[in-house]
Design a protein around this ligand. Structure first.
Ligand code: SF4
Length: 426
């Protein structure tokens, strides 16, 4: 979500005559688009802001702005205002479109401008985005979240759920398709509940069906899905929509019902496993990935073993794994029985070992097979090697020339590792 917000910010600045540079020394404007999900990210932002003080001294015309989820929190804004007085503009997630105004307000007054806009969270349709790639794009379909998982700060920073009108989404995707975009990732904190705030009966599955009909679009992905809201109608789409990728990211967080309740996830491991079984029945090739939190307050060895068992049962191809870290402002931050770091790390390692073993086993099934790969880029280390993704989201490396970037090619898989595969174009 933040990555796509940065693409929107870049589009606005482009319209103002700014150009992107990697060189801080020659910058006229530096914007930090921050994330509040992890404490470590927050600390990095403070570190970077501190480092920029000398640059502001050297170049007093340099403008420094901070935006994103961190700035939605009053306590964090106060830290920035008191400790980093060289910051010129602070704005929130709801007023990206106001950047030109905010810059001119600062230039006219010379004062630090703070514009957060907590109340008005209307969807701003006037902003486009400077997308990083021409052949694949993120498209927001909704904003905010109503779920209040007890460890998560997002509902407090991004506000309540709001769905974009389907016509606006479809129009955006049609324009992307016309300009050569092949793959769309529909974005929302919980795409499965898309449509609930619309004034008509329209679901996420309805939207997927309409996107599937758009000429030029060849692949549809989405993230993220809340397991409690994944409907039979949506599961059906995995069997009926030819452009819907064989991939589903379905965050479980824990395999223990006791912890799922403490997390306020509103499903049990049994509900989750039932849904996974239905999805696999509808599409046996589907690759399922997940998010897992290790060391949530009160997690016992037994709870953790239940997570390991569930991981083995679902056989996730991969997972985003997190060591639980306290986020001030969430319910879990005040829970008793916080887990000591050494216990968290030891469990984390066991979880990684299990996931890696399963990941390799799942990838080995691709050996000798021919897969369709959307070519994304050249390898960082070797310009003669390209990389791209299968419809199931697997990263594949293969020899090739740059002119293939953006096309879909057939690759025979000749070698697999835990997280990547290698092959040759056939
Ligand atoms: S569903 Fe839960 S974890 Fe996801 S954004 Fe909403 S509150 Fe956070």
């Amino acid at each position: 979500m933040n990555e796509h917000d940065s693409e929107k910010i870049s589009w606005i600045l482009d319209g103002m005559g700014y150009e992107i540079t990697d060189n801080r020394e020659e910058s006229d404007l530096i914007i930090f688009n921050t994330c509040a999900v992890r404490k470590s990210a927050e600390e990095r932002v403070f570190g970077q802001l501190g480092e920029l003080k000398h640059l502001k001294r050297k170049n007093p015309n340099l403008l420094l702005a901070v935006c994103g989820c961190m700035m939605q929190r009053e306590d964090i804004r106060e830290i920035v205002l008191s400790k980093f007085r060289h910051v010129d503009i602070i704005f929130g997630t709801n007023n990206i479109h106001k950047i030109p105004q905010l810059i001119s307000r600062h230039l006219e007054s010379g004062k630090t401008i703070v514009d957060i806009n907590e109340e008005n969270r209307e969807i701003e349709e006037s902003i486009d985005a400077n997308r990083k790639y021409s052949y694949k794009a993120f498209v927001n379909i909704m904003y905010g979240c109503n779920n209040f998982c007890t460890y998560c700060i997002v509902p407090y920073t991004r506000g309540r759920e709001r769905s974009r009108e389907p016509e606006n989404i479809l129009e955006e995707i049609k324009l992307l398709a016309k300009s050569g975009c092949k793959e769309i990732t529909l974005l929302g904190q919980n795409v499965n509940s898309y449509g609930k705030t619309l004034e008509r009966d329209y679901t996420f599955a309805d939207l997927l069906r309409e996107v599937n009909d758009i000429e030029g679009i060849e692949r549809i992905r989405f993230m993220t899905s809340h397991p409690k809201d994944i409907s039979d109608e949506l599961i059906e789409c995995f069997g009926s929509l030819d452009k819907l990728c064989d991939q589903l990211h379905l965050p479980i967080q824990s395999g223990s019902n006791r912890l799922l309740e403490a997390m306020n996830r509103k499903y049990t491991r049994e509900d989750y496993l039932n849904k996974v079984a239905k999805i696999k029945m509808r599409n046996p090739d589907i690759v399922i990935t997940t998010d897992l939190i290790v060391g949530f307050p009160g997690e016992t060895e037994e709870d953790f073993r239940e997570t390991l068992e569930l991981v083995k049962e679902v056989k996730y191809d991969s997972a985003f794994t997190f060591l639980y870290s306290i986020r001030e402002g969430t319910k879990a931050a005040n829970m008793e029985n916080q887990i000591p770091d050494d216990v968290k790390h030891e469990r984390f390692q066991r979880l990684m070992d299990t996931l890696n073993e399963i990941g390799l086993e799942k990838n080995e099934k691709f050996l000798g097979k021919i897969v369709e790969v959307l070519v994304e880029d050249v390898s960082k280390n070797d310009e003669s090697v390209l990389n791209g993704r299968t419809t199931s989201g697997k990263l594949v490396h293969f020899p090739g020339t740059k002119d293939l970037i953006g096309s879909i090619v057939n690759v025979k898989i000749r070698r697999v590792k835990t997280f990547t595969m290698e092959g040759t174009v056939v």
